[in-house]
Design a protein around this ligand. Structure first.
Ligand code: FAD
Length: 439
């Protein structure tokens, strides 16, 4: 629920109510409600509790502090007219399962466009691979959802839950470790409020001074590329196919979107140099469509329209430390990936699910939520998945962004090998579907 003033003490304070912070608050609430429900139904009678420090899971207090005023869910219902220009995200099949376990997928499913096939190719060269959902016994390889729609669903859960306090617009301006966790200053309406937390979950996207204050460093590699993002309209229907195409300027992704009226829509993620992106951002629509058509080809017929354009500089950024006593990093502040393989939010959602279940188990054990023992359990669950996903995305980005002869050959044989060798194809598909995690 929205609050006007925060309490003095919380068990968990989430800094940032973006896609990751909000997902985490909802996932933790869901895990704790499940645990409380089990207790009530007598699966774990009171006399079996380990010691009296143990809290009732339903009493664990959660505060989400978000700097930007989130429009109230009553202002933007999911029946709101979708926009041609809405930005979107490719969720893997694994992420749809995580959202289902959180009780959110039902609300998103109807507006999500299923990805039934992924078509990977190298522009102007032989070597392609195709993944089809029927080969993997899933309903779809993934789904493309409007970011706004996901935001509406997450906000409505936070607003309707009496045990999540949502304080926004407000921002954390100072943070200090203490013996019991962290002390924070929250600013809102030019007032500063002091609060304490056993655990701070930092999901601020990594662009705030908090990391600096805590001396948390990032390992950064600039790809020297920009992503131009826009929705595009084609003559032909996309038939629920996602295209990953590798061009001389870098990878280009075209993701299927739900049809709007009679318009065949797709989401474009186009990797360009800084100079090209600056030029293309201001280019006349017709000229830009020609350039894009030349890069993408005619698979979906003539390109008809390009919507509002957004541009993002691309880099790989990985936090050197994700844990400290009373602190854990989630989402972009923990790892920011190149968007072309569509793995950033998907990895963050797997982290979210693992952290929420670890904390719920810690509550059941009467453990301190901010203790390194508890936080290490979380990172042990996710370490391999994080390394693998970061490496997968980085390798694809580098391999498919170079015009060196060796990389072109590696691409050609890589794509042919993926297509011909079932075990490699299976591994590639599992990573794309978010199912290749910690085994
Ligand atoms: C072009 C592009 C396309 C992408 N496509 C995909 C895709 O298809 N699939 C996929 O899985 N991933 C994709 N990603 C990655 C995905 O968008 C990110 O993983 C995700 O947005 C990270 O969310 P976040 O909540 O960590 O950070 P953010 O979205 O940056 O949210 C951080 C929040 O914290 C708040 N905040 C900041 N500082 C403070 C403070 N001091 N106090 C309070 N609040 C604060 C901010 O207001 C903000 O709301 C894409 C990324 C890009 C750039």
């Amino acid at each position: 629920m929205r609050i006007q003033l925060p309490d003095k003490n919380y068990d968990v304070v989430v800094v940032g109510g973006g896609m990751v912070g909000a997902s985490f608050a909802c996932a933790l609430r869901q895990e704790l409600n499940r645990a409380a429900d089990k207790d009530r139904r007598g699966y774990r009678p009171n006399h079996e509790r380990k010691d009296e420090k143990e809290k009732d899971p339903a009493e664990i207090s959660i505060l989400v502090v978000e700097a930007v005023d989130l429009a109230s869910s009553s202002d933007q219902t999911s029946t709101a007219q979708p926009s041609f220009d809405a930005r979107s995200t490719a969720l893997s099949y694994g992420s749809s399962q995580i959202l289902e376990a959180m009780g959110l997928w039902q609300q998103l499913k109807d507006s999500a466009c299923p990805i039934e096939e992924i078509h990977v190719s190298d522009r102007g060269r032989i070597g392609t691979t195709r993944l089809h959902y029927k080969d993997y016994r899933v309903d779809a390889l993934g789904y493309v959802v409007d970011n706004k729609e996901l935001g509406v669903v997450l906000n409505s859960v936070m607003e309707s839950s009496s045990s999540i306090h949502l304080f926004c617009p407000a921002s954390i301006s100072a943070i200090k470790p203490t013996a019991a966790g962290m002390d924070l200053i929250v600013n809102s309406d030019s007032l500063g409020h002091s609060i304490s937390a056993s655990l701070v979950v930092l999901a601020d996207g990594g662009r705030s001074p908090i990391c600096e204050q805590l001396g948390l460093e990032q390992r950064v590699q600039d790809y020297e590329q920009h992503a131009l993002i826009a929705n595009i309209g084609f003559k032909k229907a996309h038939r629920n196919i996602a295209f990953e195409r590798f061009t001389d300027t870098g990878p280009l992704a075209v993701l299927p979107l739900k049809t709007l009226g009679k318009q065949n829509r797709a989401a474009l993620v186009w990797t360009l140099t800084a100079e090209q992106s600056a030029e293309y951002m201001v280019m006349a629509e017709e000229e830009l469509l020609e350039k894009l058509q030349e890069r993408f080809g005619n698979r979906l017929g003539k390109l008809q329209h390009i919507g509002e354009k957004f541009c993002y500089p691309l880099r790989l950024s990985v936090a050197r430390e994700q844990l400290r006593p009373g602190l854990v990093l989630l989402g972009n502040v923990a790892h920011t990936l190149h968007p072309v393989a569509g793995q950033g939010l998907n990895l963050a959602l797997r982290d979210v699910a693992a952290l929420a279940s670890t904390l719920s188990e810690a509550v059941a054990d009467g453990a301190n939520l901010g203790s390194m023992d508890v936080l290490q359990q979380y990172i042990c669950k996710q370490e391999l998945d994080q390394k693998r996903t970061i490496m997968f995305t980085d390798t694809i980005t580098r391999l498919f962004s170079s015009n060196s002869r060796s990389k072109i050959l590696a691409r050609k044989f890589g794509l042919i090998a993926i297509d011909l060798m079932p075990s490699i194809k299976q591994e590639f598909a599992e990573q794309a579907m978010g199912l290749s995690t910690n085994s």
